[in-house]
Design a protein around this ligand. Sequence first.
Ligand SMILES: [Fe+2]
Ligand SMILES: [Fe+2]
Length: 307
Amino acid sequence: MSFKDSAKRAEVKSEERRKCPDNGDHHHDEKFIRESVNLLLFFLRIMKEHAIFLRLGFPCNRTDLINEAREFEQRFDELLTIVRSLERPTRSQVRELDEEALALTEEFIEFKTRVLNMILRCQLGGFNFPLFVDHIRREAMEFVRLLRALLSGVEIPEAEQIAREEAFWSRIMAEHSKFIQHLIDPAEGQFVETARRFAREFDEIWVEALDLLSMTQSRIIVPVQARFTADTIRATRDLRDFKEELRDLIADCRVLSLIPELLADHVLREAEHFLMLLRKHCKRTDCEPFLADRFPPKTIGEPRRNQ
Ligand SMILES: [Fe+2]
Ligand SMILES: [Fe+2]
């Protein structure tokens, strides 16, 4: 199937969706339930852990903030437990949970904003980097954006979804690498250097994604998207492997660092989530040929033989 064909098919599909808004049909219900549950399972756990990380980073005399963070941790945990225990959820049940998650996450965003503003004004010490608080606030905002889209029933156009997700998560991947770089013991020279290389690579990928967003205004999927997606998959696989190795070393107490095992596992899960999204993008853009060995990245820019 050519790129034009698939673009045309997607156009027709989204046109059909516009004409047939949610009328409660079975297929639509199932999709809504599946997407909601997957989103909640992933992000509620992430939010709960953000509360833990914030709490661990607060100075020990700020018991007010520590308690507030603990409360968020409990509330996200309660919601997560409910979602995990669902067996055959109905649409209205899931809708209610989406709404609860939305309200709680919005409250959490306010808390993160308050904390960040205190840090920026030097009214709060501790060990939460300002960029870290900004980073976890952006993740919460992404959760809210996706929940709102689900609840409103308005499909985000595919081109926009792909471009925005790649820009959003590649920035997140760059920042994870920066956090790792700064939280590993300075004595671990090689680890620090590897993390620094990943940070630079993902900074580049992020800027490329932003430039492409600017060019297309995220309205159309252009042919180069397939190659960008493939490059991003390759880089993200490497970063995922690095994070997995680091997580295992931390678990076995075989690396010098300030990184809690839970944080190492958290950033690994986020890389896996990004890879899952990228695989979906790859199917849509037909990026497979650019992933194959016969097209390694080093040949880019060199004349190809037999042409
Ligand atoms: Fe996170
Ligand atoms: Fe993150």
